[in-house]
Design a protein around this ligand. Sequence first.
Ligand SMILES: [Zn+2]
Length: 124
Amino acid sequence: MSASQEPKPDTFDLYDLRVEVICPRGERILCGAKEGDNFILQGEMLHLPDGQGFSIYSLGAILPLLAAKQRETHPHDWMSTDAEIACLDPNCKSRLKIVRTGLRTFSHAEVTSVPLLASTSIDG
Ligand SMILES: [Zn+2]
């Protein structure tokens, strides 16, 4: 194998995420969400479908979890099993479901100016 075919030594993988709104039938929804509203997160970039909005309060409820959900987690970790997050408004019954949709590979050098340290090598 030539050097150009070998994976870059500084790569890492993150899950792409899709966040979907779930609105229980018959319940009053207070955050402007509609069943099936969604967004996609690829790396640090959030993509909304054309013309669709998303409540900043709903975003606030899930924002702390997204970076963790993008990363591989232990199968016993609740972060691996739990995917539905309640709306931030205690009177709203909408939920936000975080779905891992696939892995995307990034280069450390392309996402930060901080150099890799020899001690951070996964080989020890
Ligand atoms: Zn809501």
